[in-house]
Design a binder for this molecule. Structure first.
Ligand SMILES: Cc1cc2nc3c(=O)[nH]c(=O)nc-3n(C[C@H](O)[C@H](O)[C@H](O)COP(=O)(O)OP(=O)(O)OC[C@H]3O[C@@H](n4cnc5c(N)ncnc54)[C@H](O)[C@@H]3O)c2cc1C
Ligand SMILES: *[C@@H]1O[C@H](CO)[C@@H](O)[C@H](O)[C@H]1NC(C)=O
Ligand SMILES: *[C@@H]1O[C@H](CO)[C@@H](O)[C@H](O)[C@H]1NC(C)=O
Ligand SMILES: *[C@@H]1O[C@H](CO)[C@@H](O)[C@H](O)[C@H]1NC(C)=O
Ligand SMILES: *[C@@H]1O[C@H](CO)[C@@H](O)[C@H](O)[C@H]1NC(C)=O
Ligand SMILES: *[C@@H]1O[C@H](CO)[C@@H](O)[C@H](O)[C@H]1NC(C)=O
Ligand SMILES: *[C@@H]1O[C@H](CO)[C@@H](O)[C@H](O)[C@H]1NC(C)=O
Length: 598
């Protein structure tokens, strides 16, 4: 490594003054000769892995990627799709918790985030979405930058993805090749087996008037469609497996630091004495041995620590709402009220039905002999039930256009082609309460999508490494209305003839469906929050009033130099999608911009 850092230092044309200096908050840094790179990417997650990988494609550009968690390689629970929930609350999870949520009867919920190379893409459910075309067009219109429009971002989808076409004529109308990539780093596929649940899922949709959407990722997701997953040859494909694991072994200009938690980014020493905006050049981190280290970027630092960690990192670095920084004893370098504000998430819950089909996945979870047989099959051939997560189709829908709520509340969605909620049937008991010893189940996972609630991530004055997460789940009349509508629609769908043939019977008291108050109560007791938050360092138009957003359409932090943010925190509003795919698109787009010198 010594010769590597020497080479990086030599690559630097204009050497920066690397003397000891006083950081924000008055801490004197140890006098270290920092490693110097062209670019430093902070956070080796879904977005950061892509940015670091794309920038280092040019071998004369040096890139340091700093990740807080360990490697993804060899982590079985991450590799085998079916068992990914075993990663929750493990060493691969940051173990965040929300503050008590009044919309959830005062409960606090875990806020899962990947603490591993690949970030949340190494621990997530592998559902691949892009969001509706209308959402991207809305970002284009909000930021005033047409390059975010759907027609323009399709090139980044194609760059990112290697979609495996499903085999057989029954898949003829289940995807649209025009909106897929076939040679990108991220493998994607559909579940192709003949399990019983496909028939009732698709036929019941017809029976209750839910249209067929040819491709969930074609920009028009409304209806029922075949879901695509980031599963390649039976195993998880993530930002780590696709963009880093092979590359960091062959690219001498890409260095990946693991187990290294970044505490702050710092301006160039003496930067405030010259005129012009502060220039951020230095990254301070705690290495795997617990020692404080620094590294210097001669060109730029890209922050990709994700929607929860990014606002905290900015605030610890003196960039954020002044009052909060003051309370934590941090000197404000730039007062940016928007940092940590405008958080938006998608609240979810599980509603469960029992069925009399015995071919559900329930026995995988309660019969270890059966599980071990499947594990052996997976180990030998990378095939079988463990290559899946338990669901295969998804329904996106809207509140009816004539719903009375629209007389008092403006539709927060991006327009009539944009969903308000999603439901998807899983072939087993997938609730938070314990699975019964016997029986077979289908779980409807239900998410509010077009939320109009804004939460926040704020600084814990007593421990600035600890984010205070307040998504305000179900915190508006609209969100509660959408959730009630979605639960009732799920129940209507599950009582269609095709499900009745399997004796689908709710395991909850169906009388709650007849009464808003009772239904609200049940929802508040059962909802578990979401994992699709955005907005904590939101993007805005170039000329917006200072502090109302954090980055411009070029991903640069406004009002300072040397710092960009590329991760889920920049989306200006909730995406009607699971957020990994949209984040991949953003990261490919940002890397493209940086490489083109924009
Ligand atoms: C359990 C779970 C299931 C999900 N399921 C799906 C799904 O099926 N489909 C879907 O589309 N979306 C899903 N999501 C959401 C999606 O995965 C995320 O929105 C997306 O991956 C976030 O990307 P990101 O780059 O913003 O952050 P991340 O991918 O979380 O990356 C942030 C990275 O920064 C690192 N980091 C954080 N702080 C520091 C620090 N101080 N120093 C150094 N490194 C740091 C983290 O360890 C992490 O690697 C799920 C999320 C979770 C957690
Ligand atoms: C690669 O990077 C070098 C150094 O910054 C630059 O001069 C060159 O133009 C880049 N090459 C490409 C193909 O972008
Ligand atoms: C990172 O930490 C893990 C323990 O959590 C350890 O097994 C691994 O060797 C460390 N990796 C590096 C590169 O230090
Ligand atoms: C999360 O909690 C689990 C269980 O307490 C612990 O083993 C793990 O190390 C924690 N994760 C992190 C990143 O600290
Ligand atoms: C930077 O300079 C400005 C103007 O001289 C001053 O108001 C501000 O306090 C300085 N900031 C820091 C962190 O020294
Ligand atoms: C568990 O699975 C094994 C192997 O498939 C099967 O033989 C056995 O009958 C199952 N046990 C129960 C209790 O269902
Ligand atoms: C399942 O229940 C339905 C409805 O009660 C019944 O018609 C059907 O025969 C049952 N099927 C099985 C396999 O038990």
């Amino acid at each position: 490594m010594a010769s590597l850092s020497l080479r990086f230092s030599l690559l630097l044309t204009a050497l920066l003054p690397l003397t000891a200096f006083t950081g924000v908050g008055g801490v004197t840094l140890p006098q270290t000769h920092a490693d110097v790179y062209d670019y430093i990417v902070v956070g080796g997650g879904s977005a950061g892995s892509i940015v670091a990988s794309r920038l280092s494609e040019n071998r004369s550009v040096s890139v340091l990627l700093i990740e807080g968690g360990p490697s993804n390689e060899g982590v079985t629970n991450s590799i085998i799709p079916y068992i990914y929930p075993r990663l929750y609350g493990s060493t691969y999870d940051w173990n965040y918790t929300t503050v008590p949520q009044s919309g959830l009867n005062g409960r606090a919920t875990p806020y899962l985030r990947g603490h591993i190379l690949g970030g949340s893409s190494s621990i997530n459910g592998m559902t691949l979405h892009r969001a509706p075309a209308a959402d991207w067009d809305q970002i284009a219109s909000f930021t005033g930058d047409l390059s975010f429009s759907w027609n323009n971002i399709i090139q980044y989808i194609q760059k990112n993805e290697a979609f495996k076409r499903p085999e057989g004529s029954r898949f003829d109308n289940t995807y649209d090749p025009a909106v897929h990539g076939f040679k990108g780093p991220i493998g994607s596929s559909m579940v192709e087996d003949d399990t019983w649940i496909t028939e009732p899922t698709l036929t019941a949709a017809e029976e209750v008037g839910i249209p067929h959407s040819r491709d969930v990722n074609g920009g028009q997701p409304l209806g029922v469609s075949w879901q695509q997953f980031t599963v390649k040859d039976g195993a998880r494909s993530s930002a780590a497996t696709g963009y880093i694991n092979k590359q960091d072994k062959v690219r001498s200009n890409l260095r990946v630091l693991l187990n290294s938690t970044v505490s702050r980014v710092l301006p160039r020493p003496g930067g405030n004495t010259t005129s012009g905006p502060l220039h951020f050049t230095t990254v301070e981190y705690t290495d795997g041995n617990g020692n404080t280290q620094t590294a210097v970027a001669s060109r730029e630092i890209i922050i990709s620590t994700g929607v929860i960690a990014t606002p905290g990192l900015l605030m610890r670095s003196g960039l954020g709402p002044r009052a909060q920084l003051q309370a934590a004893g941090i000197t404000t370098l730039l007062d940016i009220p928007a940092v940590g504000q405008y958080l938006q998430d998608r609240c979810g819950l599980s509603a469960i039905w029992s069925v009399n089909n015995t071919d559900t996945d329930d026995d995988i979870d309660r019969n270890s002999t059966y599980f071990n047989e499947l594990l052996q099959e997976w180990n030998n051939h990378r095939t079988g039930r463990l290559t899946q997560t338990g669901y295969r189709h998804i329904l996106w829908a809207r509140v009816p256009e004539d719903a009375p709520i629209f007389s008092t509340i403006e539709d927060p969605s991006s327009g009539p082609t944009c969903p308000h909620y999603e439901i998807y049937p899983t072939n087993k008991w997938a609730g938070t309460s314990p699975r019964p010893e016997t029986g077979n189940f289908v779980t409807m996972s239900i998410f509010v999508s077009a939320s109009n609630v804004r939460g926040s991530v704020t600084l814990d004055a007593s421990n600035p490494m600890n984010p205070i997460i307040d998504p305000k789940y179900l915190g508006s009349d609209w969100d509660r209305y959408v959730m009630r509508t979605a639960v009732r629609r799920a129940a209507e769908y599950m009582s269609a003839p095709s499900w009745r043939r399997w004796n689908a019977t709710p395991v909850f008291d169906p009388s709650i469906l007849d009464n808003d108050g009772a239904l609200d109560q049940w929802i508040q007791t059962n909802a578990i929050g979401g994992v699709h938050a955005v907005g904590s360092a939101r993007m805005g138009p170039p000329n917006s009033p200072p502090g109302t957003d954090v980055v411009g359409p070029d991903f640069r932090v406004k009002g300072i130099r040397g710092l960009r943010i590329v991760d889920t925190s920049v989306f200006p509003f909730v995406m009607n999608a699971h957020t990994m795919g949209p984040t991949y698109i953003m990261a490919e787009k940002a890397a493209d911009l940086i490489k083109r010198g924009l």
